[in-house]
Design a protein around this ligand. Structure first.
Ligand SMILES: Cc1cc2nc3c(=O)[nH]c(=O)nc-3n(C[C@H](O)[C@H](O)[C@H](O)COP(=O)(O)O)c2cc1C
Length: 347
């Protein structure tokens, strides 16, 4: 006799978004997470993605770059469009513009550490003004039917780590999920992310919305350890995905099986880089479609011995045909070689 046991599939739900249990999200990254890169991350299983941050001023003044960043494709769903600004009215006006692009979520950037943004009081500058942050978020939540989420840091600096206060305030005014990058504004991207405070927010008895942890995750092993240790509802990957969009597949495989996947060969990497390059050319005009691939190319082929001459050609060429040809040369020369994951995880 057979017994069928139906195990309920665990899911993470917020707003009208349903994600797999232990979801792995792609972080918003200016000049990185454009449509072509997001396509690659989706191919490798990213559960949810965000656009690069978009300036509310840029949107309301029809800035070309800001409007271009609104482009999203249906196969990217669920996707959030991230906006930032320090004034309520322009943020409300930009929400109306963002709604027309039909994202699944509007994400508010309360974490950008860049001086000219934070000093004006936007991005992580908002962390110094929790009242304004709360009021802005409340008005935005009231103004739209879309779920609103936010991404922030531990605080402005070592003396002002107010993320718990911020999390509770933002939850009270209706955000549906919160991502926390485990650094302060003054740390920028330096040092090791501190996830203890992320855990403290997650475990606070009044905290009900999902908390996504972010900062430094570079491998499946690390993802498993951080999810288990810090009890977050999901993790978000930023720099670990640049030049390695397959990290989503690696992490999900490790989370499911507890074993690592072998790293992709150079031949695999060439195929991935070619698809990415073709998409970049489709989405961006020449020469931008080429220029914007250069940082990715360098990282796709990191760890290959004696690669410098080919890399130099790859990142200086302005001719798409020559670039495709160089990629084939890389495949012919190094095909089966498997560069290791450069980020060894020492607990
Ligand atoms: C090049 C770059 C651009 C970034 N742009 C944004 C952005 O537009 N919006 C945002 O919320 N965070 C941005 N971040 C921060 C990342 O989303 C993430 O919080 C940070 O890199 C830490 O995660 P990681 O260690 O996985 O990279 C950016 C980070 C980098 C490296």
């Amino acid at each position: 006799m057979f017994f069928f046991v139906f195990l309920p599939q665990l899911m993470l739900k917020f707003g009208n978004i349903t994600l797999h249990d232990e979801p792995v999200l792609l972080a918003p990254m200016e000049d990185i997470t454009d449509a072509s890169f997001r396509h690659m991350c989706k191919m490798f299983g990213a559960d949810m993605m965000f656009t690069e941050f978009i300036s509310s001023d840029g949107l309301i003044h029809n800035g070309r770059k800001s409007l271009q960043k609104l482009y999203i494709d249906n196969n990217e769903r669920p996707i959030g469009i991230q906006i930032y600004g320090h004034l309520i009215e322009p943020m409300l006006a930009s929400v109306k513009i963002v709604e027309k692009a039909n994202p699944d979520v509007i994400d508010l950037n309360f974490g950008c550490p860049v001086k000219k943004i934070a000093a004006r009081g936007a991005g992580s500058g908002m962390m110094m003004n929790p009242e304004l942050m709360e009021e802005m978020t409340r008005r935005i939540v009231q103004s739209t039917k879309l779920p609103v989420t936010a991404k922030t840091r531990l605080g402005y600096d070592e003396e002002n780590k107010n993320v718990l206060e911020i999390a509770l305030r933002l939850q009270d005014v209706g955000i549906k999920a919160l991502t926390i990058h485990g650094r302060t504004r003054s740390q920028m991207y330096k040092g090791k992310a501190n996830w203890d405070l992320i855990r403290a927010v997650k475990e606070h008895p009044d905290m009900e919305i999902p908390v996504i942890g972010n900062g430094d995750i570079r491998s499946g092993e690390m993802a498993r350890d951080y999810i288990d240790t810090y009890k977050v509802d999901g993790i978000m990957i930023g720099r670990g995905s640049i030049g390695r969009p397959w990290i989503f597949k690696e992490i999900k495989h490790f989370l499911d099986t507890g074993t690592p996947l072998p790293p992709p060969t150079v031949a695999d990497r060439v195929d991935i880089a070619k698809t990415h390059f073709t998409l970049s050319l489709e989405h961006k005009e020449l020469p931008r479609g080429i220029f914007e691939m250069r940082k990715h190319f360098s990282l796709y082929f990191k760890g290959i011995p004696n690669f410098k001459p080919l890399r130099m050609k790859l990142v200086t060429s302005t001719d798409p045909r020559e670039i495709y040809h160089l990629l084939e040369t890389i495949k012919d020369t190094y095909g089966d070689f498997q560069p290791e994951n450069p980020y060894a995880y020492d607990k």
